[in-house]
Design a binder for this molecule. Structure first.
Ligand code: PLP
Length: 396
């Protein structure tokens, strides 16, 4: 599943670096040593499931996210599904979520037997807002899932107010926004309940799959704790029907050490993105087709730049041009959820959610990761400048 993760920046003929899409932990020898030592320690004690390492990680994560409770689970998708189950959302219920998210957001809704009610997004922020949610509200809606997409925070206060008015829950999908600040709190810790993913490439990534449910409601936290481990408490007393969805102790050990560095990494991401944005905005394109438009920040919000997303009418040529300069890029996501085969059954055809559909054709994500070097940033900017000025990306 992991693509374009070359560990080194091999020099190409021109002397310019090749720029990977992101970098994983093995690129940082000091971090690697620390993580390997933590994993070795656990393996030598045979402490693989729950236990002290998971509890310590949960406490540290809750503090970092300004919530009372964090419950470690096996993935972000499972975090969303267990959160929905804890909220008792199920068959017959509708859940509002944006169609431009990773498909997992919708899958979690389907997994609990509820129906995803997919909505469009703001063209500039790529996010849902209270106006969009208000328009989609029906008497069957039990929950709204704002997704802090790409690391940019949804303005939650108006959505929370609207949700209160309609008596529906707000479940934050913060799987791309670990540590982002918004509405006086931290992403994932502002609504009744929130979810994180620790997929390896996320801002806080493990060495495999993992996730967490965040909440300050002790009853919800307790329900998720029961659900993730067979409803069991104490041993062999099964209070409710649960599942196997625990966070592995090895993941917790890795994640604890990385959590200590997360604020610094997010600062680096913000600074890199600010530089990229500023320098890209200074470029005068030769034509509107070659203009590069970075995702706009939501006013008053934060952005921890899990991804740096730009829009360009000649997106595919831009990507080919970047590739020819040894610069990796990606598209998040090429197909809005309502147009996937998996969700064809919803009956939302092409043209039904036009903003997200338009984005899917025109967006691309540029390399951005902590530890990205100045020569790599310079190479990305120079390459895009050549493209925007019409000196690259011609069809060959
Ligand atoms: C990664 C992600 C998820 C799912 O997380 P997994 O850990 O891969 O299951 C859900 N929602 C969003 C927005 C994500 O980016």
């Amino acid at each position: 599943m992991l693509r374009v993760l070359s560990p080194s920046s091999a020099q190409v003929e021109s002397g310019a670096p090749s720029v990977p899409f992101t970098r994983l932990d093995f690129a940082d020898p000091e971090l690697m040593q620390e993580l390997l030592a933590a994993v070795r320690h656990l393996a030598q004690r045979g402490a693989f499931t729950l236990g002290e390492e998971v509890e310590l990680f949960e406490r540290e994560l809750a503090a970092f996210c300004q919530t009372e409770h964090a419950v470690g689970v096996s993935s972000g998708t499972e975090a969303l599904a267990l959160a929905l189950r804890a909220l008792e959302v199920g068959p017959g219920d509708e859940v509002i979520l944006p169609t431009n998210s990773f498909i997992a957001t919708a899958e979690a809704v389907s997994a609990v037997g509820a129906t995803p009610l997919l909505v469009d997004v703001d063209p500039h922020t790529h996010l849902i807002d209270a106006g969009i949610v208000a328009q989609a509200m029906t008497p069957r809606v039990r929950c709204v899932i704002p997704v802090h997409l790409f690391g940019a925070t949804v303005d939650l206060d108006p959505i929370l107010a609207l949700a209160r008015e309609h008596g529906v829950h707000v479940l934050e999908d913060a799987c791309q926004a670990h540590g982002a600040r918004c509405n006086g709190g931290t992403a994932g810790g502002i609504g009744a309940i929130g979810c994180l993913s620790f997929y390896p490439t996320k801002n806080l990534g493990g060495w495999g799959d993992g996730g967490a449910v965040l909440t300050s409601d002790p009853e919800l936290a307790q329900r998720v704790r029961l659900l993730r481990a067979h409803g069991e408490q104490p041993r062999y007393r099964h209070r409710i029907v649960g599942t196997t969805a625990r966070l592995d102790a090895i993941q917790a050990a890795v994640l604890r050490r990385k959590l200590a560095r997360l604020a610094g990494w997010n600062r680096q991401r913000r600074a890199l993105a600010a530089e990229l944005r500023e320098r890209l905005c200074e470029i005068e394109p030769a034509s509107a087709e070659r203009a590069i438009e970075p995702q706009a920040a939501a006013p008053g919000g934060d952005h921890v730049h899990h991804l740096f997303v730009v829009r360009c009418r000649e997106r595919d040529r831009l990507r080919a041009h970047l590739a020819s300069d040894q610069i990796a890029s990606a598209v998040h996501y090429p197909t809005p959820i309502h147009l996937t085969e998996a969700y064809a059954g919803l009956g939302l055809g092409r043209g039904s959610l036009p903003v997200a559909e338009g984005h899917a054709e025109l967006i691309c994500s540029l390399p951005l990761f902590p530890g990205m070097r100045q020569d790599e940033v310079d190479h990305v900017v120079a390459s895009i400048e050549r493209f925007a000025k019409g000196r690259g990306g011609r069809q060959r």
